[in-house]
Design a binder for this molecule. Structure first.
Ligand code: GUN
Length: 285
């Protein structure tokens, strides 16, 4: 039976440290500030944004919430980003994705000042991550690294398989595991005989967005299995990309959905906002 990786507990420990850090920064006269921008009415995005703002409140980070209508033009959004780039009290800018069709996401990401890009999506920050020297890591992959660290299982030399190659999760995830000296394979929708590859994984990280896609026959006994998926099954119940009931008896460690990766993503965003405030505070001082 797999050991459950408790994302809520790991997250709570990190947030406790962060709250102390924010308190110390306030003493020194810097209040970290995060702008959260949501365009349109995507229900999942509304939940994510609400949780991000709540986390800010809990830690003493100042958040500013921008809700723009679905028909917002790219120009209007770029204007807002430009204004936030210039604001000294805003250290981090998060534009929730996906954006409505009339707005090019790449244009918006490119417009965010790299030192305020707390998602680490800007090409400059992505390039730094590729080179292995960075200020920010993308929140979900950084959260996954913390969860793996919490198991105490060493990463060095292990076979790691990442399923999914998105810019937000799969690609940076593979890089972070590579930095930790894992042997990394990236799989995707065109991979031939996926199960043959995933069965080799000592550490299996799944981020493809298909409910219960990874079944027990695809998992090596004792593997660390990290489920980044957030789906609804046929009954409308929240579930991951991993068939939890089937895989639990096979894996060594497993993240539940919800309560695994989810809470970590927001925690790492808080960490990036604190880092951004420190870096900008230092430059101005
Ligand atoms: N949409 C889904 N995940 C994310 C994320 O990590 N950051 C942003 N900005 N949008 C998202």
């Amino acid at each position: 039976m797999a050991v459950m990786i408790d994302g809520k507990a790991v997250s709570a420990r990190l947030r406790q440290k962060m709250a102390a850090e924010v308190a110390a920064m306030k003493e020194a006269g810097v209040v970290p500030g995060l702008a959260v921008v949501l365009v349109g009415e995507n229900p999942a995005s509304q939940v994510y944004v609400r949780n991000k703002i709540k986390a800010c409140e809990e830690l003493g980070i100042r958040s500013q919430d921008y809700r723009l209508p679905e028909d917002t033009t790219q120009e209007a959004l770029l204007d807002l980003v430009g204004e936030l780039n210039r604001r000294e009290d805003i250290h981090g800018i998060l534009v929730q994705l996906p954006l409505p069709g009339q707005i090019r996401e790449e244009a918006v990401i490119a417009a965010i000042a790299p030192e305020k890009d707390v998602d680490a999506f800007h090409a400059r920050n992505v390039g730094k991550i590729v080179q292995g020297s960075y200020n920010f890591l993308p929140c979900t992959p950084a959260g996954v690294m913390e969860l793996i660290r919490s198991t105490g299982v060493p990463v060095q030399g292990k076979e790691c398989v990442v399923v999914g190659r998105s810019n937000i999760v799969g690609k940076p995830m593979a890089l972070l595991m590579l930095h930790e000296n894992a042997t990394v394979t990236i799989c995707h929708s065109r991979t031939r005989d996926l199960g043959e590859v995933t069965r080799r994984a000592d550490i299996l990280i799944v981020a493809i967005g298909k409910a219960n896609f990874i079944t027990k026959d695809m998992v090596k006994p004792g593997a660390v299995v990290i489920d980044v998926g957030m789906n609804r099954d046929e009954n409308g119940k929240l579930c991951g990309d991993v068939d939890f009931a089937g895989v639990e008896p096979v894996a060594g460690y497993l993240t539940p959905v919800p309560g695994g990766v989810g809470p970590m993503t927001i925690t790492m965003l808080m960490g990036n906002t604190i880092t951004a405030a420190k870096l900008q505070g230092r430059r101005e001082g």
